[in-house]
Design a protein around this ligand. Structure first.
Ligand SMILES: *Cc1c(COP(=O)(O)O)cnc(C)c1O
Length: 374
């Protein structure tokens, strides 16, 4: 179908701000400096100010942001890190890249985020054979806060560091506070389809702890505190000046873009009202920024086909939980609930088209189609 509405549309995001982005790219090209320069430093300062935290350190992508956060905290071989299996595989890959051992916990089926009961169970009674659990990565999935009201005190009580995976939650909040300043350190991705996206890869680590920020800044470039002197063994993971310039052009529009996502979500909610499918649950007193709008459908293949027949794309985030992926299956430790809610969700979740550039006419077309789903 030629007027197919895709599930995500980074090209539309570029075209909507083409003049500003092109000017930013030209500025970066003309500067003659392409890695760790003026644009990157300015973006780090602007991002930290926007978030309301002390320091932001840019890097190559969101996976590296998580790896660098763990390494900066001194968490590697001989430590375990707890997180969810219902996430981008990146969250778990980063734990192993840092040298640590993942333990994968189940989700609360209503919000698809880390179940605090699981966190308490593994921190109070660590699974046999597992190294000490030194950190918990809470993933704010689909743009909605994980239950930090319950998880943060558990981390404090058991001496585990709380890391926020904010890759899907730029601008989301809990009790009026932005996600990314509620734990010890937070990690963002600027993959093109994220709420704040580059035109390539990018990532950011944010923390109120300046010593930790300095550590991460050294680790992202060969462990250098000064040029050509490796104080520690680092990696190479830098945000380039072109992407930093693009992200500087986009950051001022993030709130309006998130408002548009929220308005589209409200239109989808209205279309589902009274029908068999429940709209996504919202955590009270929180700003859900709808990186994805996700419904649960018992017959997903039929729903996707029905949408496709009406020219509407859809996606699945994620079809296979990390612990069932070929690379992880049979060798990762699970929490006591054995990820049963995760496996059930993976069979039924369906992501509808969601990006700020959807037109009102397209939203209306999708809403009409939603009324026919079951
Ligand atoms: C996108 C994403 C990442 C990884 O980011 P990349 O920039 O693709 O490396 C990590 N965690 C979550 C939850 C994500 O959605």
């Amino acid at each position: 179908m030629d007027n197919m509405i895709p599930q995500a549309n980074p090209g539309a995001g570029y075209r909507a701000r083409k003049a500003e982005i092109d000017a930013a790219v030209a500025r970066a090209l003309d500067s003659g400096w392409y890695i760790l320069g003026q644009e990157g430093r300015a973006f780090e300062a602007e991002f930290a100010a926007w978030l309301g935290t002390a320091r932001a350190v840019s890097c190559g992508n969101g996976t590296d942001a998580l790896q660098l956060a763990l390494r900066g905290l001194g968490i590697g071989a001989g430590s375990a890190v707890a997180t969810v299996s219902h996430t981008a595989v990146a969250t778990v890959a980063a734990i192993e890249m840092a040298g640590a051992t993942p333990v994968l916990l189940d989700i609360d089926p209503a919000t698809y985020t880390l179940d605090p009961a699981e966190v308490e169970a593994v921190l109070a009674h660590p699974p046999a054979g597992l190294p000490p659990i030194r950190a918990v990565i809470a993933v704010h999935l689909y743009g909605q806060a994980a239950d930090l009201d319950a998880i943060a005190p558990l981390c404090a009580r058991y001496g585990a560091v709380l890391i926020e995976d904010c890759a899907q939650a730029h601008g989301a909040a809990l009790h009026g506070r932005r996600l990314g300043m509620l734990g010890e350190i937070a990690c963002f991705s600027f993959y093109p389809t994220k709420n704040l996206g580059a035109l390539g890869d990018g990532g950011m680590v944010a923390t109120a702890n300046p010593a930790l920020a300095d550590e991460v800044a050294a680790l992202r470039q060969y462990g250098w505190r000064e040029h050509y002197v490796s104080d520690m063994v680092g990696i190479n993971s830098r945000l380039d000046e072109l992407q930093a310039a693009v992200l500087r052009a986009r950051l001022p529009h993030l709130e309006a873009d998130n408002d548009r996502r929220i308005a589209i979500a409200a239109a989808y909610d209205a279309a589902l009202a009274g029908g068999p499918l429940a709209p996504p649950a919202r955590r009270p007193d929180a700003r859900h920024v709808f990186h994805q709008y996700v419904v649960r459908v018992p017959d997903r293949a039929a729903c996707q086909a029905a949408l496709r027949a009406q020219g509407i794309g859809s996606g699945i985030h994620y079809p296979v939980p990390v612990h069932l992926q070929p690379a992880y299956r049979g060798r990762v430790t699970l929490g006591p609930a054995r990820c049963r809610a995760t496996e059930a969700a993976a069979r039924e979740v369906l992501s509808l088209p969601m990006y700020p550039e959807l037109t009102d006419a397209e939203v209306a077309r999708i809403a009409t189609a939603l009324g026919t789903l079951r």
